[in-house]
Design a protein. Structure first.
Lengths: 414, 298, 295
């Protein structure tokens, strides 16, 4: 029994030692003087350095606060666990689209007071971008960076084929067919990429239709306009312009095996590093002359319970409302600021790479935010369209399937 | 007694054919397992531009160590390696010891409730890990007297943001217990009974009679546990806030983002990250397959 | 004599509980308590943050009306039906192939084990390229034999099969070494005796080898089943549940609801249903391998 007790004791001692040794965590750093402002975001690697540089610029411009950026993979989840454990950052850079979901769970702090107190004019931001930060009349952050989808084309390839950048759907089809190259049965150069069925919400608006009905209670994409989109896609596929899976995993556009595609400003820095000569124009107009594009981007929010909300606000204000800050950041990162004045700075409008994006920004729209909307797209519409593109179901069938599931999702969420 | 047989030529020929088929099969499988690794190695040595344009080439035309250098310059990769090592190694030691002990108890000791306890451990392995993630997180956060907490678990941050958060919950997991129990179960009872009659204590029987026979099982468990700890991604991500404490897998995932994947650095990091597990495996291999002469005595 | 047996019995009991102490305590604190919390949460509309209310069995009722739940269930069942048998056979076959103590065998064992050491992120990146419909090694190789390979990850009929192949490739090494360890316990005298009696390789396998390693077979089948029902990583990294929702598995859906839509209560309910499914199959597995879980 004695040896057993000793055994027990030593087992538990070992366990406790390991436990207590392991409980030593690395201490945090302390800075004297300026107050710390903790800044989270999901950008890592090179992009994290861009944010570090921007934070440094703010720190140099004043001495009351010191912002430090911490890259967090899966920042929404980290925020979640942070809120659950009472350890939240002061300001977060994230996808604006997530705002309404988290606001409904009281995760973010409203900033209306700050807006009033400092007399900030919210009209200076792109309408659509700002609207994503407002829930039930209260504002929960400011838009920071905007993007949209415009048409990229390979200048050399187009010139060689004697084709000018298309401005309508018909021109797009003609151009794509002229630019496609085949070697027997296999595709060697695709005229236009149809790889992202998620862009359907742009195409349907170009056709004059809409994704949801006006009061956002039902889907509205199973319509003549929706069918028009899919028929157009089918005509491209039938002409052999694109093949499912073509160019995935590599940058086909940079390699010259893809002549035209829809893409956003995030692609610029990557393309500039290669030697492809590219141009950008506004998205082609639909059969009825309608223009449409999708807007996305990031915003800055302050979580509930942030320790230094004041510092967070000062940082937000400096970055979003002062046009120079926005332009400076674009020089480092290539992202377009959400302030209309900043976006119309000559730095953008006189640069052939940005000019088209700024024009498109005027009519680009954000995605619907009604509860369940992202599931309608992600779980109902896109899967059906994927099957359509792979040739498994026809256009009418795809839209009907998507509508049935989509309406069910919206009904459930109401 | 080994029988010495002089094989007839027909038998010898057949044996040669069998051997040839064996070799062919083994080589075929090896190609499928090794090829991707070779490709990863090749990609890690290619400069940025070549990765996309010559991606099928197995021998890089302009080899460079730039990707490896970038790894250590971009982020605290060395630190990540250390963190992963502490977690993997610590977890292996605790699981081998406590898992072995518990598995032995379930296999060789007779007591009431034995089947129930085994059922508990087995059942717990079936709970999808994802559902207990947030509750476990909360348990770690509000643990009394940890990391500045008081009796009711308020005030501090519990075990979060420390090695404890990653080590303690999995220090003696049900898999280790289950696995060693199966292993000890296949060893004969008579050895223990004999030692018991001689008056040895239970712990001594475990340590000196059965444990030495379990080398193969322990080696396998060691490999699997080390690897699980080394490759863990989601859990360290959730409980560790401080970037200095993150693991190699989290570091690697930073190279894959929505817009572009830094293949060069990712592959270089993968090569480095795969080495320790491979070394542990090579080292432990000899304990797994013993020569025929030895195994015949079981 | 009986006194000695009694004290031995008591000694065993005391020692057993001491040996089991650490794993049991950890089990209670870090598994049982969280499981109970999660079960309780499944009857609420918990969202980690914000207030939450009791909703009774609403979450469970909702599940039956939820078409995406059924899609996820079907996908997961399909994956399991393919992955478990294939994984078992490949692991056993390779273990038997390399069950020699020659240096060649040892080298090949290391080579077979290589896929296991690389992480999911890296494996996914590698296979993403291998499966590329135009340039991927797989389709290029099939092309040599005149076969026009499918669009793999872009075709809803083939995406799940691609993931099964990738998972078997990535995991067979680990199960192979478990089988290898077990094969050391096969009594060689029996094998030789059977051979001397004229039994062919197949009969030796069926009547001598397989029974001798049945414990490990049960272990590996259990592990494969549990892993198959919880498949997530590959679906998350490679296909994000597509195309056409064909790789949307149960755990992927749970993650999507819980962390993506902040519906933790519903996610917990889904998890418990998954747990029950796994439990049913594990009991079936135990019965089928001819021994109860308690022997």
């Amino acid at each position: 029994m004695n040896s057993t007790t000793r055994r027990v004791a030593s087992i538990f001692a070992a366990a406790l030692t390991i436990g207590s040794l392991a409980a030593c965590s690395t201490g945090g750093s302390e800075t004297g003087g300026a107050e710390d402002v903790v800044f989270w975001g999901s950008w890592s690697g090179d992009q994290a350095k861009q944010l570090d540089a921007q934070a440094a610029a703010f720190n140099a411009a004043q001495d009351e606060y010191e912002v430090s950026y911490v890259a967090q993979e899966l920042v929404e989840q980290k925020l979640l666990t942070g809120l659950a454990s009472g350890d939240v950052p002061d300001v977060v850079l994230w996808d604006r689209y997530q705002t309404s979901l988290y606001v409904s769970k009281n995760a973010l702090a409203p900033i209306d007071e700050y807006l009033e107190q400092d007399g900030v004019d919210v009209g200076q931001f792109y309408d659509q971008a700002f609207s994503e930060m407002v829930v039930d009349g209260e504002t929960f952050g400011l838009p920071l960076l905007v993007d949209n989808r415009s048409l990229f084309f390979n200048e050399d390839v187009l010139a060689e084929a004697g084709v000018t950048p298309p401005t309508t759907w018909d021109e797009l089809r003609t151009a794509a067919e002229a630019l496609t190259l085949r070697d027997g049965a296999s595709l060697t150069r695709s005229g236009f990429a149809l790889n992202d069925p998620g862009l359907f919400n742009i195409w349907i608006r170009q056709a004059g239709g809409q994704m949801l009905n006006d009061d956002e209670t039902e889907t509205a994409f199973n319509s003549p306009e929706g069918l028009e989109v899919l028929e157009f896609w089918q005509s491209l596929l039938d002409a052999g312009v694109y093949q499912v899976g073509f160019g995935e995993g590599v940058d086909a556009f940079a390699e010259g095996t893809l002549a035209m595609k829809y893409d956003g400003p995030w692609a610029l820095s990557g393309l500039d590093a290669t030697d492809v000569n590219y141009g950008i124009v506004q998205p082609p107009a639909g059969p009825g002359g309608d223009r449409a594009s999708g807007m996305g981007g990031f915003g800055l929010v302050i979580p509930e319970g942030a320790k230094n909300a004041e510092g967070a606000w000062e940082f937000m204000k400096w970055w979003t409302t002062q046009p120079e800050s926005g332009v400076e950041f674009a020089k480092i990162s290539g992202w377009i600021p959400a302030s209309i004045e900043a976006a119309n700075d000559p730095y953008f409008t006189e640069d052939p790479r940005y000019a088209a994006f700024i024009e498109t920004m005027q009519y680009a729209q954000v995605r619907p935010r009604v509860a369940g909307a992202s599931d309608v797209e992600g779980k109902a519409l896109i899967p059906a369209l994927q099957k359509f593109l792979a040739g498994e179901i026809d256009a009418a069938g795809a839209l009907a399937e998507a509508q049935a599931l989509g309406d069910q999702i919206l009904a459930e969420n109401r | 007694m080994t029988t010495v047989r002089i094989a007839a030529p027909a038998v010898r020929a057949r044996r040669a054919v069998v051997k040839a088929i064996w070799l062919a099969a083994v080589i075929l499988v090896s190609i499928s397992t090794v090829m991707p690794l070779l490709w990863t190695l090749a990609t890690s040595l290619k400069p940025e531009g070549d990765i996309v344009s010559d991606y099928l080439q197995l021998i890089p035309s302009n080899p460079t160590l730039e990707n490896y250098r970038a790894l250590f310059v971009d982020g605290p990769f060395g630190r990540y390696l250390l963190n992963s090592f502490v977690i993997a190694f610590g977890g292996t030691i605790t699981n081998l010891f406590f898992g072995g002990l518990a598995g032995y108890a379930l296999a060789k000791l007779h007591f009431r409730g034995r089947n129930f306890v085994f059922g508990l451990f087995l059942g717990s392995m079936m709970i999808p890990a994802i559902v207990t993630m947030i509750p476990t997180f909360l348990v770690l956060r509000y643990f009394p007297f940890a990391g500045g907490n008081d009796l009711l678990g308020q005030g501090g941050s519990g075990f979060l943001n420390s090695y404890a958060a990653v080590l303690i919950p999995f220090a003696a997991g049900p898999f280790a217990v289950f696995f060693m129990r199966q292993f000890f179960g296949s060893l004969p009872d008579e050895l223990g009974d004999a030692a018991r009659i001689d008056g040895a204590s239970e712990f001594r029987i475990f340590l000196q009679v059965y444990l030495p026979l379990a080398k193969a099982g322990l080696a396998v468990l060691g490999i699997l546990t080390f690897q699980a700890g080394w490759n863990s991604f989601l859990w360290p991500l959730i409980v560790l806030n401080n970037p200095e404490m993150l693991t190699v897998q989290v570091g690697l995932s930073g190279y894959v983002n929505e817009y572009q994947t830094a293949y060069g650095a990712l592959m270089a990091g993968t090569i480095i990250a795969s080495l320790p597990v491979l070394i542990v495996f090579i080292f432990s291999q000899r304990y797994i397959v013993q020569s025929f002469a030895e195994s015949g005595t079981k | 004599m009986s006194g000695a047996i009694r004290s031995t019995r008591r000694q065993q009991t005391v020692n057993a509980w001491i040996f089991l102490a650490v794993p049991l305590v950890l089990f209670v604190v870090f598994l049982l308590v969280p499981i109970v919390i999660a079960l309780t949460l499944s009857f609420t509309d918990y969202a980690v943050i914000g207030d939450f209310d009791w909703v009774g069995i609403d979450n469970y009722a909702r599940m039956f009306e939820d078409p995406i739940f059924w899609i996820a269930l079907r996908n997961t069942a399909y994956y399991t039906a393919l992955y478990v048998p294939l994984g078992l056979v490949v692991a056993l076959a390779t273990a038997m192939l390399l069950n020699r103590s020659t240096r060649t065998a040892r080298i090949f064992r290391t080579l077979f084990y290589i896929p296991v050491v690389s992480s999911t992120v890296a494996t996914a990146a590698i296979w993403f390229w291998l499966l590329n419909p135009q340039y991927g090694l797989l389709n290029v190789t099939l092309g040599w034999f005149g076969i026009n390979g499918p669009a793999w990850l872009y075709d809803s009929q083939w995406a799940m099969i691609a993931i099964v192949i990738m998972s078997v490739w990535a995991g067979f090494g680990a199960n192979m070494i478990i089988f290898l360890a077990a094969l050391q316990g096969v009594p060689t005298e029996l094998v030789e005796a059977a051979r001397l009696d004229g039994a062919g390789a197949w009969r030796v396998l069926w009547y001598v080898t397989l029974p001798a390693i049945s414990r490990s077979t049960f272990l590996i089948l259990t592990l494969l089943l549990i892993a198959a029902f919880q498949v997530f990583d590959q679906a998350y990294v490679l296909t994000k549940g597509g195309p056409g929702n064909s790789t949307l598995t149960l755990v992927y859906y749970i993650y999507d609801r819980g962390f993506g839509r902040l519906e933790m209560g519903y996610a917990s309910a889904l998890s418990f249903v998954l747990f029950l499914i796994i439990l049913v199959f594990s009991i079936g597995n135990a019965r089928a391998t001819g021994r109860s879980t308690t022997r």
